[in-house]
Ligand binder design. Structure first.
Ligand code: IMP
Length: 335
């Protein structure tokens, strides 16, 4: 056993949350841990009863009732967002937070909203993450262990992650996307406030690299971007609407800019940085509507088959999961 590190290849919003939920249920993972920057991320999964789940702080692995969910010490914690998710998803007794996580305070959110550079130029989610990280780096942040409301959840998550991964499966859910990485994007300042690679995710949760079983890189078949910065092959908004493939941000509700195809060179760069051993190819129904809701490998159409071959060539890793629609079960598992 060991850890599966789930990261996004491009600009995020590729369905990492759904992939994490699928693996938690399929493999009955005892532990899922959130890596990544913090609450600027938004994961959404539609359960089979039609309930739409939206999460910003906790990994979606909780959808499996036997999975404990944790937040690694490198991830920023907003106590209000955390409390909301614990209550909404009824997770009391199943949540662990590292006492060393830096806190996002209301003042951080206000400061980002008032910052024209972040709000207008960068197109930040203005959820306080960058401002809180700056305070952490300057060593004046409050940490989770300083907040009495978080006391019931506190533990050494790094120690727990390594302990569990020695005998069982740990799912590490990254956030944002590789190309939004602060120090690996060529598009600074159109980045988030930390790196979003597999190595960064391991660091966020304190995972010993020897315990990594797989790096599962999620590739969105038609990439999207929210906020500013270049998006190769960007489709005009009218075409996105005409094709019925419009998407809106989980955190901000902003329409996502959408590309008509993958940029093969950028995908290769993401593969070089992450070293994936497995690929999940998501939003296949946006490439070919005939794939919508397919759950069987026999339903893979010629355009999607061609895309799988291309992605496997460009990343050097096999496609093991195909996402075919918004529902949790709209998935073809090729494992
Ligand atoms: P910030 O990290 O909220 O300051 O946002 C900086 C940039 O990263 C903006 O372009 C955001 O739209 C983008 N961003 C931050 N988090 C996410 C995410 O989870 N998915 C996609 N884009 C994100």
């Amino acid at each position: 056993m060991g850890a599966v590190v789930i990261v996004d290849a491009l600009w995020g919003d590729s369905g990492k949350g759904k992939v994490c939920a699928h693996l938690a249920v399929r493999d009955k993972a005892p532990l899922a841990v959130r890596a990544g920057v913090g609450t600027n991320a938004g994961a959404s999964v539609t359960l089979d009863d039609g309930t739409l789940v939206r999460a910003r702080q906790l990994p979606t692995g909780w959808i499996n009732p036997g999975t404990t969910v944790a937040v690694g010490s490198g991830v920023l914690v907003d106590p209000t967002v955390l409390a909301g998710e614990v209550a909404r998803f009824d997770l009391d007794g199943r949540v662990l937070v590292d006492g060393r996580c830096a806190l996002i305070e209301p003042g951080h959110v206000e400061a980002e909203r008032a910052d024209a550079h972040l709000a207008a130029t960068v197109g930040s989610t203005c959820t306080g993450n960058g401002a809180a990280r700056a305070d952490f780096v300057l060593r004046r942040a409050r940490q989770a262990r300083d907040e009495p409301a978080l006391a019931p959840y506190l533990t050494d998550v790094a120690r727990h992650v390594n302990d569990v991964a020695r005998d069982g499966l740990v799912l590490v859910e990254g956030s944002q996307g590789t190309l939004l990485s602060l120090a690996f994007s060529d598009e600074y300042p159109y980045t988030t406030s930390g790196n979003c690679t597999a190595a960064a995710a391991m660091d966020d949760v304190g995972l010993n690299w020897r315990l990594v079983q797989d790096v599962l890189m999620v590739v969105k078949a038609l990439p999207t971007r929210v906020g500013e910065g270049p998006l190769p092959y960007e489709l005009p908004e009218e075409e996105v609407l005409r094709r019925g493939i419009a998407e809106y941000g989980v955190v901000t509700g902003r329409p996502r800019r959408k590309a008509g195809r993958l940029d093969r060179e950028l995908l290769g760069y993401a593969a070089m940085l992450n070293g994936p051993t497995q690929i999940a190819l998501t939003f296949c129904d946006h490439v070919d509507p005939a794939m919508r809701g397919a759950r069987d490998a026999g339903a893979i159409t010629a355009p999607v088959r061609a895309l799988i071959e291309q992605v496997e060539h460009d990343t050097g890793a096999p496609v093991v999961l195909l996402d075919t629609g918004p529902g949790l079960s709209d998935m073809i598992d090729l494992r």
